[in-house]
Design a protein around this ligand. Structure first.
Ligand SMILES: [Ca+2]
Length: 434
């Protein structure tokens, strides 16, 4: 009897305790609320305060103004939206204007700048994140404009990145897209990758950068990247460069690569496309009016197929160190280059399946009218096109959008000239320190 009573009391007690625990736990079950919009400076005096107060999926909306803050988004997925790109300005007062350290963050509508006193400063730093979107911003006067580090599946698009030391850098970052950005007048490289694979760099306007337009280098291998449908023009040394050891299986397709390399003072590196590696594909590009069209340096097993290579002043293809070999170069149009091919002792292949290249200086005949010249075209020692084409190859038209919708050319062109002047002044200062 006593035993049963005790058992009953124990059971009832347990039930009460359990119920109590349930009541305690119930309020902790999260109810998904509608996302809110936090307005700066109406609701919060600083952007960082609003970020700190936001809950996931909220929008922090920032009105026009100049904000001297360095921002960190570290623990939640939010939208950070500026009222107007040109007049919602964040002047970062730390090393970085904005650090994103959480997945699924979107940032748009700002100008990010460096304070005049700070040199080693970054605009937007994506640090170990996924699925973030950075679009419709201007980043200017920083050291790295946009720096993705150890980040994947992010989209960087339709930004204006100008007057920085380097424009957009992907470091140990994979599967990102960099699309329709204006990358103009940066001191060093426009877009660069360092140990980065499987990224897509497409439809960008990459002009007048002080060294290389699009640079796959950084001393680490960069593999399986796609560089397509970009306009790459008037970069001081090189338009598109793949140079780091082990960089393979990258595809450079359908780009407009014009007037790269300093066309006034001879630059030994000056070229439209520079390859210093192996097993990459260069296809359907318009490579016109550069110093050299394509420069090969110790490059081997690359395929150069169906490009228009015209009016380049230091060779259509140039083998700078007499070192390129086993590259497969076929069905290209070589037209009016100062030398269609210069300096070679390595053995390269100039025809595939009985089809070579079109050479505007080939003088042979075609007695059977099959479109292939009767005699081989001797290019250089160890380099012969055995099947020179009588007519130019049909190369697909470039599929490059005329303008980025958000930034029509009437807005960008004046900016471009201002930036060119600024870069020139900045360089003058560096060259002649007081
Ligand atoms: Ca023939």
């Amino acid at each position: 009897m006593h035993y049963n009573l005790r058992k009953t009391v124990a059971t009832v007690g347990l039930f009460l305790v359990f119920s109590f625990v349930l009541v305690l736990v119930a309020p902790a079950v999260k109810v998904e609320t509608e996302p809110n919009t936090l307005v700066v400076p109406d609701d919060y005096a600083t952007i960082q305060h609003a970020i700190n107060s936001a809950t996931p999926r909220d929008t922090v909306f920032v009105r026009k103004g100049i904000y001297n803050e360095s921002l960190v988004i570290s623990n939640k997925s939010i939208q950070l939206v500026g009222e107007d790109m040109n007049s919602t300005i964040v002047v970062g007062n730390g090393n970085t204007a904005l650090v994103i350290q959480h997945d699924n963050v979107n940032v748009t509508g700002f100008t990010f700048k460096r304070p005049s006193t700070m040199r080693w400063h970054r605009g937007i730093h994506l640090l170990e994140v996924k699925n973030c979107n950075v679009y419709g911003n201007m980043i200017t006067s920083t050291y790295y404009g946009i720096w993705c580090y150890n980040s994947m599946f992010n989209n960087v698009y339709e930004n204006i990145v100008t007057g920085n030391m380097a424009g957009i850098i992907l470091e140990i970052s994979h599967n990102n897209t960099v699309t329709r950005n204006y990358v103009i007048g940066n001191d060093g490289q426009g877009i660069g990758t360092i140990g980065a694979d499987n990224n897509t760099i497409t439809e960008n306007y990459v002009a007048s950068n002080g060294w290389v337009g699009i640079c796959l280098d950084g001393g680490s291998p960069n593999c399986n990247n796609l560089i397509s449908a970009n306009v790459v023009t008037q970069n001081t040394a090189v338009g598109i460069s793949i140079t780091s050891d082990g960089s393979a299986f990258n595809r450079i397709i359908g780009n407009n690569v014009t007037a790269n390399g300093d066309l006034i003072a001879y630059n030994p590196s000056g070229t439209g496309i520079l390859l210093n590696i192996h097993d990459n594909l260069v296809m359907d590009n318009y490579i016109i009016g550069n110093q050299a069209g394509i420069q090969l340096e110790y490059a081997y097993n690359n395929t150069v197929y169906r490009n228009l290579i015209a009016n380049n002043t230091y060779g259509g293809i140039r083998d700078r160190f007499l070192s390129a070999s086993q590259n497969i170069i076929y069905e290209n149009n070589f037209i009016n280059n100062t030398a269609n091919f210069s300096q070679n002792v390595g053995v390269n292949v100039w025809d595939v399946n009985s089809k070579g290249n079109y050479w505007n200086n080939y003088n042979g005949t075609d007695s059977n009218n099959d479109g292939i010249g009767d005699t081989a075209h001797i290019i250089a020692e160890n380099n012969t096109d055995y099947y020179p084409l009588m007519e130019p190859v049909q190369i697909p038209a470039l599929e490059i959008p005329d303008t980025i919708p958000e930034f029509p050319l009437w807005l960008v062109l004046p900016l471009f000239f201002v930036v060119s002047l600024t870069v020139f002044v900045a360089k003058t200062k560096i060259c002649h320190p007081i």
